[in-house]
Structure formats: structure tokens, C-alpha cells
Design a protein around this ligand. Structure first.
Ligand code: ADP
Length: 390
């Protein structure tokens, strides 16, 4: 087990003509011994390149990589004490599960008794006992991925890298294996980097999530902090499903507090909303600043009756269409602020095409600079924070 440190790591590839493309750009990361970090981002964000750099399958153009107390930039992959599990389980098809698990250990010339013991342990942990004599072609996708995981674990690596290991599995198997990986990590404590483009996987697995885009770290924080205090509009839109509602407009300081004026389409009267007093900013925005107001679907609720429409944060919206999910319904609304998606629970379904009074729970609103997309720092966190009593 080992601490993993990346200092200003960049990897450029030759681009068109003399130009170059940075697949990974100035990434600094410190993963503690035994920590699990989830690396998440859309396709092309640089996740696989970063893993390949850590594994030693590729070299950084700039920056320093440390594993344990060694700088490993010029250490060969075999000498790095790193194991990797890929999306496509590369099991040897002609070898049994037992032989697949033993393969790496035999290459390392480990004694036969030790190999037997390690495989017995791994088989028990991963519930592979009854599969040891089977060939990979007779296993399900999930079982094969468990063998791939076992093969990495028997080597007892300092750092375990997982590159979208569950991407090819169906939803229920993914959820089972996710639980298993979490359990394994808690028990065996390898330092682990888990790559995914799936935000649900990132939220449920990670103690810490690093969001990557265009090769750059966008945010590095605990899952709930990323959800409730996203660093910028990209993170806010990427984490959360359905994504954050975004309403462009301006902020203005009035005698009574902050107000938000939504930018409405031509011909639609302006919507000017007083913000609740708990909204305050660490750095006062300039009055008239162009911002984007962000509101999660669960923070747009159905107002109790049409009588409450005079409340400042209530407006009328028409239901365009519904996505009933059972315990909740995703309600696509057309409002004076533009299209909004709300998440409503409760037995009585709203009706399509009807108008309803909806309440904007603006105490949860997030604000971003329209120019840069960066979040404006708010004094009161917008949601429960890790470690806060609920
Ligand atoms: P992800 O794993 O997040 O989908 P990758 O690390 O595979 O992203 O790729 C990041 C970017 O680097 C992409 O734009 C990709 O086209 C580019 N890239 C990756 N490998 C190479 C390569 N060998 N040569 C040129 N460009 C590459």
C-alpha cells in the first residue's frame, strides 16, 4: 500500500501541424495510503491517459509522479507496484479461473504454497470458490470481472487502478459489484483510483471525487460537497441527474437584500425575484453582474394551492411532459424562467398540459458567473455538508 502523488502532471500529444493537444494538463493530486478516489469526467476528459501515466504505460511530458516515497517517472511499469483492471477483462481464455489468478504470481516466481493461499483468500473474498476450475468462456460478465479484480488483488499492489471496470455489465450486476468493490476496499485498503464516466457510480463509490474535463481537474472534494457546492457550471451540470436547472439573469443589491432578475425571452415580462436572506456571498458580486442561477430539480416543488401564487418565489408553470419513475416523477415544466425540470414525489400525479403553481426553493439556489462559469462563493452551504448533523 502506498501514497500516490502527482505534481503538475501534463501529457501532450502531437496535434495538427506543429500544435500539441494536452490530454492531461497540470494535474496535481495527493491520494493517501489506503484511500479510494474516483476519477470522473466525460469521454475524452483524459481519465485513461492519467491512469496510463500512473501505471507507467505512458510518460508525462511534464510533472512528477510519486508512489510511496519514490519518484517513479522513469520506473518501468513492473517496478511500480501498481495493478490495473480494465473495462475489458483481459483473462486468458485457455486458462481456468485458478490459473488466471495464479498467472501473475507464477511470473513473480512466488512459492507454490503462497500462491495457493493467496488464491484461496481471494476466492473467498470474491466468492469465486465454486468457479476456480471453470474457463472464462463459461462465466457471466460479472463473474469474469470479479476474476479480473481477484487477479489484481492477489498481487497485493500498492496502488490499484480500475478503468471503468463495470462499464460492460448490466445495471443490477453493476450495483452488486460496486458494493463488493467498496467492501473490498474497506477491508484490504489498497490505495485505489477508480475511473468512470458514470456520475452515479462516482457518487456512490467515492470518499472523494476528482472531476476532470479537458485534462484539467475541475473539482476535488467529497461527493456531497460536489453535489451541493459545485465549483463551476460544468461540475454542476455533470453531477446530478436530471442536471441542475440553469436560469441566466443578473444579480442586484436592493435595500431589502439581493434580487435576481431572470433573462426572459422577448415578449415575456421580466421575472424579478427577491432572494431569501440566507443567500449571501463571500465576495460581494457587483450589482448588475451577469450570472446563472442553478436550482436542483428537487428544489422546485409543487405549491400547495393556487392561492399561494402571490408568494414571491411561486410562479405558474405548465407541465409539458412527465417521466414517472415510481417513487418520484420528473416533471418537465415550461415557466416564465424558461424550461425547468422538477422532481416531485407523492401519490397524486400532475397532469400533462395543465398549469400549476410551483415554488422555487431559492434558499438552495447556486450562482455562477455567466462570464467564467465559476461558482460565486456563498456563505451558507446550499445543502447538507459531510460531517454536518442532518
Ligand atoms: P477519457 O479516458 O477520459 O475518455 P482519454 O485519456 O482517452 O480520455 O483521452 C483524452 C484526450 O487525449 C482525447 O482528446 C484523446 O483523443 C487524446 N489522446 C489520448 N491518447 C492519445 C494518443 N495516443 N495520441 C493522440 N491523442 C490522444
Amino acid at each position: 500500500m502506498a501514497r500516490l502523488v502527482l505534481e503538475h502532471v501534463t501529457r501532450r500529444f502531437p496535434g495538427v501541424g506543429d500544435s500539441s493537444v494536452a490530454a492531461v494538463s497540470d494535474v496535481t493530486l495527493d491520494v493517501a495510503d489506503g484511500e479510494l478516489v474516483v476519477l470522473v469526467g466525460p469521454s475524452g476528459a483524459g481519465k485513461s491517459t492519467l491512469l496510463r501515466l500512473i501505471a507507467g504505460l505512458d510518460q508525462p511530458t511534464e510533472g512528477i509522479l510519486r508512489i510511496g516515497d519514490r519518484v517513479v517517472n522513469s520506473v518501468e511499469p513492473e517496478g511500480r507496484d501498481v495493478a490495473m483492471v480494465f473495462q475489458h477483462h483481459a483473462l486468458y481464455p485457455h486458462l481456468t479461473v485458478f490459473e488466471n489468478l495464479a498467472f501473475g504470481l507464477r511470473l513473480l516466481k512466488r512459492p507454490r504454497v503462497e500462491i495457493q493461499q493467496k488464491i484461496t483468500d481471494a476466492a473467498e473474498t470474491l466468492e469465486l470458490g465454486s468457479l476456480l476450475h471453470r474457463l472464462p468462456s463459461t462465466l457471466s460478465g460479472g463473474e469474469r470481472q470479479r476474476v479480473a479484480l481477484g487477479r489484481a488483488l492477489v498481487r497485493n499492489p500498492g496502488v490499484l487502478l480500475l478503468d471503468e471496470p463495470l462499464a460492460n455489465l448490466d445495471a443490477s450486476m453493476r450495483s452488486d459489484l460496486r458494493r463488493e468493490i467498496k467492501r473490498l476496499q474497506a477491508r484490504l485498503r489498497p490505495t485505489m483510483i477508480y475511473v468512470t464516466h458514470d456520475q452515479v457510480e462516482a457518487m456512490t463509490l467515492g470518499q472523494r471525487i476528482v472531476v476532470l474535463r479537458h485534462g484539467r481537474v475541475q473539482q476535488d472534494a467529497e461527493p456531497l460537497r460536489i453535489y451541493f457546492s459545485p465549483a463551476n457550471l460544468f461540475v454542476a451540470g455533470f453531477i446530478g441527474s436530471p442536471p441542475l436547472n440553469q436560469v441566466p439573469g443578473t444579480l442586484r443589491r436592493a435595500d431589502t437584500g439581493w434580487r435576481f432578475t431572470a433573462r426572459t425571452a422577448a415578449g415575456i415580462p421580466a421575472v424579478d425575484l427577491p432572494l431569501p436572506p440566507q443567500i449571501s456571498f463571500s465576495n460581494e458580486p457587483e450589482t448588475g453582474m451577469a450570472v446563472v442561477l442553478g436550482l436542483r430539480p428537487e428544489h422546485i416543488s409543487r405549491a400547495p394551492s393556487s392561492g399561494s401564487i402571490s408568494e414571491p418565489w411561486t410562479l405558474k408553470a405548465r407541465v409539458e411532459f412527465l417521466e414517472p419513475l415510481g417513487p418520484e416523477t420528473l416533471v418537465h415544466l415550461v415557466s416564465p424562467l424558461g424550461p425547468l425540470v422538477a422532481r416531485w414525489t407523492g401519490a397524486s400525479q400532475p397532469a400533462e398540459t395543465r398549469e400549476y403553481p410551483v415554488r422555487l426553493d431559492l434558499e438552495h439556489a447556486l450562482f455562477f458567473s455567466a462570464a467564467t462559469g465559476e461558482a460565486l462563493r456563498q456563505r451558507t452551504p446550499a445543502g447538507p455538508q459531510p460531517g454536518f448533523p442532518q
